[in-house]
Design a protein around this ligand. Structure first.
Ligand code: GLC
Length: 661
């Protein structure tokens, strides 16, 4: 084995990265000319493609500028451009058609018809072809966007739910093949369903070909990761880099006994962080990205995006180079596949999230998760106090309307308590004690809690812990079902449906986790699987229970009550234009801290949603005197004035006959 000192891989990196400035400039001119030469050659030979050349020329200068700034490597840039063309040529005609269509209607995903659902392929329908068989159910659930949770090859038992990819071009055998994926995406497109997948670009599995070669001491491949032959630099990093999994995978480095090196592993020890300082890594990962979107993927979820650039002496999160990379990725996609959306997974406080949208001239991600709103929602459930949520919604509503958020009540990951503690402190709530309160509450130990679930990564040092559970279990469906308490079940279902109604009222794209539409509860069977037992996130990643799903036909069943009420709301959302992203959205004071009111208006249309976060009957002291209102669910005429709501009740009211002022 080749042993290297300190930052061993630099030898290779140097070859690709470091060139004198004058050389860089020469490169810049000559490569730019060379590229133009290629474009011209293609045009003269009649082999070029006008659409592609036009898109490339639109982005070329900025892309080149950023690339050279980061890597100073003209030949690698030229290689990238050549491959963009190759991937463009490979893209099939129906995807190209959809690209052109979407280029004309760039706000196609900001409409009121979008509803997402995420699921693991095997949990949902065994395999890719199984999912194809279930498209009817998805349509019935009003879903037109499915997020297939990680399905690429990953080592069994060392997969982090598929987020440790060992081959970016191979589907896990048990789920099918790339062909099956293409057939599934084509079938989805025929039904106007968009398909989203994860692109895990921060790291690879230790079983990935690059990692295996790196482990054997091949410098070329070591340079694609962060290898150190002694602890001194890793120790320096540890001084400034926080831990992601303090309990299940403490620290940020893993010692590889056989290789005699430390390797950077921000997440699990078997997930090796890629080194984006190496342009080979960037180029190859862009090729993987394009290969995948050419299989018919519409939405790419960029996993763990804030982490992709590392710099000693920093927290290695949200560094400015991350934005350069995401911006370049956006341009790459606009050149090759402009119909594809980038969804950034940025689980950070609001100030860190929003920059990932980029600017109007230089956009980065199309969509981001509304993570703080999600966490604040559950804080509101536990406290019955909507004030913090109102403040959070006011912040989001004040952002440009082109920013599209993905709204969700929970996903496949834990709920981290990233709240605005500055504000809570003003109310006398300390961060640590409040987090403890929330965790105890959702464990079902405190107050008026009906929740069930488990802690995740409880850190004994910081006292921090996150929470896992399905929406239904956190709302009390599990407890009431177990205790066969009908009254409690009514409350649980009311809370569950009210939370969805409130989520649908927000601007953006609502996304459900599969099973939530029928109130599926926690699944404790993961504890019996040694590959999963350590990771409580599996409690809310259970197998879809199709027997329960059958029960949606029975109006009085728990499944039927939840499914049908959600379905009704989803259909209203799809038909009322006022739910588009461009509508004005604001909160309205109700003079009762447990009642939240959201108003949406678009031209002459106006609707208001009123949500009671308490189990007690409440009155929303609102005074909407600008016309008559109609209950959008029952169709009955109502006054939007001192509205009485049952415990966990809600109203969606629509203004009819606006009074002329
Ligand atoms: C993302 C995923 C999470 C995974 C992590 C590491 O945060 O959502 O499930 O553990 O990335 O890839």
């Amino acid at each position: 084995m080749k042993k290297k000192k300190g930052r061993g891989p630099k030898v290779n990196q140097k070859q690709e990265r470091q060139q004198p400035v004058t050389k860089k400039l020469e490169n810049k001119a000559s490569k730019s000319q060379a590229l133009e030469g290629q474009v011209q050659e293609r045009q003269e030979a009649g082999t070029g493609d006008k659409v592609f050349e036009e898109r490339l020329s639109r982005h070329h200068d900025e892309l080149r500028w950023l690339y050279m700034e980061l890597y100073g490597n003209g030949s690698m840039f030229a290689e990238l451009c050549e491959n963009l063309y190759t991937f463009y040529k490979e893209r099939n005609s129906s995807l190209k058609e959809s690209d052109l269509e979407r280029e004309k209607n760039t706000d196609w995903y900001q409409q009121n018809d979008m509803l997402g659902m995420m699921f693991y392929v095997d949990n949902f329908a065994e395999n890719m072809s199984g999912v194809k068989e279930k498209l009817g159910y998805l349509e019935k659930s009003n879903v037109n966007y499915i997020h297939l949770m990680p399905f690429l090859e990953t080592p069994e038992g060392r997969s982090d739910g598929g987020y440790a990819v060992s081959d970016f071009r191979k589907v896990q055998e048990k789920l099918g093949t790339m062909d099956d994926l293409e057939q599934l995406t084509a079938a989805c497109h025929r039904r106007k369903i968009n398909v989203c997948m994860d692109f895990v670009m921060n790291h690879t599995s230790e079983e990935h070909e690059w990692a295996r070669k790196a482990r054997q001491g091949d410098g070329e491949y070591m340079s694609r990761y962060f290898f150190y032959d002694n602890a001194s630099i890793p120790e320096e990093y540890e001084k400034t880099v926080p831990q992601v999994f303090p309990t299940t995978a403490p620290g940020n480095f893993t010692w590889l006994q056989d290789a005699g090196h430390y390797v950077l592993t921000t997440f699990y020890p078997y997930q090796w962080d890629l080194n984006y300082q190496n342009p080979r890594v960037f180029n190859e990962m862009m090729y993987n990205f394009l290969y995948l979107v050419n299989r018919g993927i519409d939405i790419i979820r960029i996993d763990a995006v804030p982490y992709i650039w590392k710099e000693l002496g920093t927290p290695c999160r949200n560094l400015k180079q991350v934005h350069t990379i995401v911006r370049m990725m956006r341009m790459v996609s606009e050149i090759v596949c402009p119909g594809v959306l980038l969804l950034g997974e940025v689980v950070m406080e609001p100030a860190k999230v929003v920059p990932y949208f980029g600017t109007v001239e230089k956009p980065e991600c199309h969509m981001l998760y509304n993570v703080t709103t999600m966490a604040t929602t559950w804080h509101t459930v536990a406290t019955r106090d909507t004030r913090l949520l109102k403040k959070q919604l006011d912040i989001v509503n004040g952002l440009p309307k082109d920013y599209v958020f993905l709204n969700y009540l929970r996903c496949h990951d834990d709920i981290g308590w990233g709240l605005d503690y500055g504000t809570l402190q003003g109310e006398g709530m300390g961060e640590r004690s409040h987090k403890e309160y929330l965790n105890q509450y959702f464990l079902g130990h405190t107050g008026e809690s009906r929740s069930r679930g488990e802690l995740y990564n409880a850190d004994p040092v910081t006292g921090d812990a996150r929470f896992c559970g399905t929406t239904a279990s956190m709302c009390g469906v599990e407890k009431a079902g177990f205790e066969q308490d009908e009254e409690e079940m009514d409350k649980a279902i009311s809370l569950d449906v009210m939370l969805h109604a409130y989520m649908f009222m927000q601007s953006g794209i609502p996304v459900l986790y599969s099973g939530d539409e029928i109130g599926q509860v926690n699944d404790y069977s993961y504890k019996e699987d040694p590959n999963k037992a350590e990771d409580s996130r599996y409690i809310h990643r259970g197998v879809m229970n199709w027997e329960l799903a059958e029960k949606i036909q029975q109006k009085d069943s728990v499944e039927g009550r939840i499914f049908n009420r959600l379905s009704c709301l989803e259909k209203i959302r799809k038909t009322e234009k006022v739910f588009v992203n461009q509508a004005d959205t604001k909160t309205v004071d109700t003079k009762d801290t447990s009642v939240l009111c959201i108003e949406r208006s678009l031209k002459d249309d106006k609707i208001i949603g009123i949500f009671n976060f308490s189990e007690a009957e409440k009155i929303a002291h609102i005074e909407e005197t600008d016309g008559d209102y109609q209950d959008m669910l029952s169709g009955g005429k109502v006054k939007a004035f001192d509205v009485k709501l049952p415990g966990y009740g809600f109203y969606w009211l629509k203004r009819i006959n606006p009074s002329i002022s």
